[in-house]
Every structure is written in structure tokens, then in C-alpha cells.
Design a protein around this ligand. Structure first.
Ligand code: B12
Length: 210
């Protein structure tokens, strides 16, 4: 697999990345492969950020570049998707939390694999999530959280889903850099991760029996 695209993302070369993505997709290269190279670039940016080598500005810029690449790839990915979606996933960052870089990355990877994703965005009221779950009847629900105060919103949402009698109809996932097994237990979720690829693998496994 070529490293050029990942490197260009790490070096924040916006035009170079978008031109290369356009050209390679147009030439018939597998869009999933191109997306995977972009994701690897994002993972390297994340590592550098963790180590303090990159700052917030770089992280945000790389996320913008990634978003642009996904937009270019989307029509090509749509063609490659199975005619019937692999499964339905509702995603949200709940009330009080506006972080969405990780959730958006997860949504892009899920869509690329053929999942139908309903992304409710950020600062979402638990009641709105419950409404959407009742309407869409998803196979999986994913909550992204990056601030500690968001844990309470997730618990509230999980309890409301329980009260609405729909909690046993889907798998509940929690993700985001500050989550761990204790958060999973607190929310009574089925799955927790700090890695979007692990999340995608879980969704694929969950659909295995259907
Ligand atoms: C970028 C950022 C911001 C940006 C957000 C931009 C955006 N559109 O998201 C801005 C500048 C707006 C911001 C604002 C604030 N931030 Co901020 N922010 C961060 C920062 C630096 C990086 C987060 C990030 O995007 N990481 C990169 C992504 C890709 O990683 P990720 O989210 O973990 O996602 C990965 C996985 O977890 C997974 N994933 C994510 N979600 C999900 C969901 C599911 C279902 C699955 C399966 C997987 C999955 O997929 C991704 C790829 O693998 C963190 C520090 C840090 N090191 O994490 C602080 C941080 C999260 N912020 C923090 C704070 C306090 C704030 C503010 C309150 C600051 C302020 N005083 O105003 C406000 C928040 C306002 C609010 N109400 O939400 C704190 C939270 C502390 C806490 N424990 O509560 C942190 C930890 C910084 C710190 N150390 O203090 N922030």
C-alpha cells in the first residue's frame, strides 16, 4: 500500500491530498483502499498530537482535509456498496458535548463498509436520540463522548431507551478518547472502544448473524 497519501495528510498538504484522491478514484482505484490510506494518515496525526508534536490547529486542519477526501470518495464508495445496506447505525454526541472529529471519522468508515448511518450531530438531547431510534429501528447505536460531563447524558439516554422498551433491539456502543470499560459498565453499553476501526469490526461482527 502506498504511503504517499498518508504522508501528504500528515504534512497537511491539502491540495495535494485532494488532487491525488480525485485522480486515483477517477482512475478506478478501490475507494476503500484510498480511504484506508487517508485514515492511516489521520492516525499518525493523532499519535503526533498525543505526543505533543502537533497542536490543535494541525489536528483540526487534518480533519478538514479528511472530510474533503471523504466527500470526493463518497460517490465512488456508494457505487461499491452492497445494494442492501449491511445494517443501520444511529450515531450521536450527546447534550453538553460538541466534539465530533472522532465520531465523523467513525461514520465515514462505517459508510464506506456499507452501513446506513444516521448521524444526529453534536449536543444532541437524549429525547431526540430516543425518537430517532424508534423511527429508524437501527441495529446499532453509537455514542461518542469526549468530556466527562457527557457520561451522565449517555446514562440518561440509555435509561430513556430502556423505558421506551427499545433498548434490547440494538447493540449500544460508546467511544471517544476518554472512554474505558468503567464508562461502558456505567452506561450498560454492549461495547466500548477508543479506536474507530475496532468499532467498525464490532459492527460487522454484530451483523454476522443476520
Ligand atoms: C479537538 C478538541 C476540541 C475541539 C473540538 C473540535 C471538534 N469539532 O470536535 C474544540 C476546540 C472545539 C474543543 C472544545 C472543548 N474542549 Co476539547 N479537546 C479536543 C482534543 C484536543 C482532541 C479531541 C479529538 O478530536 N481527538 C481526535 C479524535 C479522532 O479522537 P477521538 O475523538 O478519541 O476518536 C477516536 C476514537 O475514540 C473513536 N471514536 C470516537 N467516537 C466514537 C464513537 C463510537 C461509537 C466508536 C465506536 C468510536 C468512536 O474514533 C476515533 C478514531 O479512532 C481533546 C484532547 C485529547 N487529547 O483528546 C480535548 C478535550 C476532549 N477537550 C476538553 C475540553 C474541556 C473542552 C472544552 C470544555 C474547553 C473549553 N474550556 O471550552 C470545550 C468543549 C465544549 C463542549 N461543550 O464540548 C477536555 C475534556 C476533559 C474532560 N475529561 O472532560 C479534553 C480531553 C482536553 C483536556 N485534556 O482537558 N475541544
Amino acid at each position: 500500500m502506498s504511503e504517499e497519501l498518508a504522508t501528504a495528510i500528515v504534512e497537511l498538504k491539502r491540495d495535494e491530498v485532494l488532487d491525488a484522491v480525485k485522480k486515483r478514484a477517477k482512475n478506478g482505484e478501490d475507494p476503500l483502499r484510498i480511504l484506508e490510506e487517508c485514515r492511516r494518515g489521520m492516525a499518525i496525526v493523532g499519535d503526533r498530537f498525543q505526543k505533543g508534536d502537533y497542536f490543535l490547529a494541525e489536528l483540526m486542519l487534518s480533519a478538514e482535509i479528511f472530510k474533503g477526501a471523504v466527500e470526493i470518495l463518497d460517490p465512488y464508495l456508494a457505487k461499491a456498496r452492497p445494494p442492501k445496506p449491511l445494517g443501520k447505525v444511529v450515531l450521536a454526541t450527546l447534550k453538553g458535548d460538541i466534539h465530533d472529529l472522532g465520531k465523523n471519522l467513525f461514520a465515514a468508515l462505517l459508510r464506506a463498509q456499507g452501513f446506513e448511518v444516521y448521524d444526529l450531530g453534536v449536543d444532541v438531547e437524549p429525547a431526540r436520540l430516543v425518537e430517532k431510534v424508534k423511527e429508524v429501528r437501527p441495529d446499532l447505536v453509537g455514542l461518542s463522548v469526549l468530556i466527562t460531563s457527557g457520561f451522565a447524558s449517555m446514562k440518561e439516554a440509555a435509561e430513556m431507551l430502556e423505558e421506551a422498551g427499545v433498548r434490547n433491539q440494538f447493540k449500544l456502543m460508546v467511544g471517544g478518547g476518554i472512554t474505558n470499560n468503567m464508562v461502558k459498565e456505567y452506561v450498560r453499553a454492549d461495547f466500548q472502544t477508543v479506536d474507530a476501526m475496532e468499532g467498525v469490526a464490532y459492527c460487522m461482527r454484530s451483523m454476522g448473524g443476520k
